[in-house]
Design a protein around this ligand. Structure first.
Ligand SMILES: O=P(O)(O)OC[C@H]1O[C@H](O[C@H]2O[C@H](CO)[C@@H](O)[C@H](O)[C@H]2O)[C@H](O)[C@@H](O)[C@@H]1O
Length: 285
């Protein structure tokens, strides 16, 4: 178990053998470990207006402690990198020198080490769908649906409506049909339906970063359906014996899909911040 003493295991401790092994590997060899996080619902509490989201200050402070001890930190998010940088204020934090942000599920990238943003042009089909959405929403008799235009993707938000889950259910079929007509997909999330190119996902994004950095241990924390491909890719890599993996689920009343697949379960971004503070203590950072 290397340097790890049992008293140093951050609570909640992993409930699986694989997770326990990954935590031991992280604590004994942090320089060859990567910690990767989803943004909304994981580092950031969920709010009605996506423009009002912000990263938890306590999580940021814990990551600033952990950052210099580990090989890599990453935020792997559905947000555009520019939005993640604005809402997370990651560029202003001194301890995050090894941070990379993989935005729009891995289509975009920003690295703290260079400050360079890579933002490829969006598929034209997204603008076509964007133009058709207001009429579609009207035809379904829905008012108050918020449209978030991310250029590479368009997100319909029903949070804050009188029946948000009902409105999401009404939207899903017709929006999927419209997306398909344009060679895109409609992906559900926590009270959202997102239209985007489905060929890019967080699993591919993480695989790329793992092979680039050569890390041997990966911790990934997420809360929603968009994090499932990351869970699947990392579980496959773990089963292949390539890397040690610790999967953290940030559970909520809205979404529990990751819970049965996780090694560690916390409830909401506040409990994740608690866990990260304990991890920083355990690492001695
Ligand atoms: O990969 P993520 O970082 O989790 O981003 C996925 C989507 O999250 C955002 O929506 C979620 O957070 C909003 C703000 O708290 C909330 O209002 C919404 O109900 C949640 O689903 C974001 O707005 C999307 O663009 C992201 O794709």
């Amino acid at each position: 178990m290397g340097r790890m003493a049992l008293s140093a295991v951050p609570a909640p401790s992993p409930r699986t053998q694989a997770g326990t092994a990954a935590l031991a590997s992280l604590l004994s060899d942090p320089e060859h470990a990567m910690l990767a996080f989803d943004f909304d619902g994981t580092l950031s509490p969920i709010v009605d207006d996506p423009e009002q989201a912000h990263a938890s200050e306590r999580s940021l402070q814990a990551l600033e402690r952990i950052g210099p001890c580990v090989g890599k930190l990453a935020v792997v998010t559905g947000r555009p990198v520019r939005t993640a940088l604005r809402l997370g204020a990651f560029a202003e934090r001194e301890g995050l020198a090894h941070l990379s942000i993989l935005g729009q599920y891995g289509a975009e990238r920003w690295d703290a080490e260079t400050g360079v943003e890579s933002v490829p042009p969006p598929p034209e089909a997204v603008a076509e769908v964007r133009a058709a959405l207001p009429a579609l929403i009207d035809s379904l008799g829905l008012t108050g649906v918020r449209i978030e235009d991310k250029q590479r993707a368009v997100v319909l938000h029903t949070r804050g409506l009188p029946d948000p889950a009902g409105a999401q259910a009404i939207l899903e079929g017709p929006v999927a049909e419209l997306a398909q007509e344009h060679g895109l997909a409609a992906e559900p999330g926590r009270l959202v339906v997102e239209v985007r190119d489905p060929s890019v996902d967080k699993g591919g994004a993480l695989r790329g970063l793992i092979s680039e950095t050569g890390v041997r241990t990966i911790v990934f924390a997420g809360d929603d359906l968009g994090d499932l491909p990351a869970y699947e890719a990392l579980t496959a890599m773990r089963e292949g014996g390539d890397v040690e993996v610790l999967l953290v689920a940030v559970a909520s009343d809205e979404q529990t899909v990751l819970v049965p697949r996780a090694d560690v379960v916390v409830h909401g971004p506040d409990e994740l911040a608690d866990w990260l503070e304990r991890l920083a203590d355990a690492l001695g950072c």
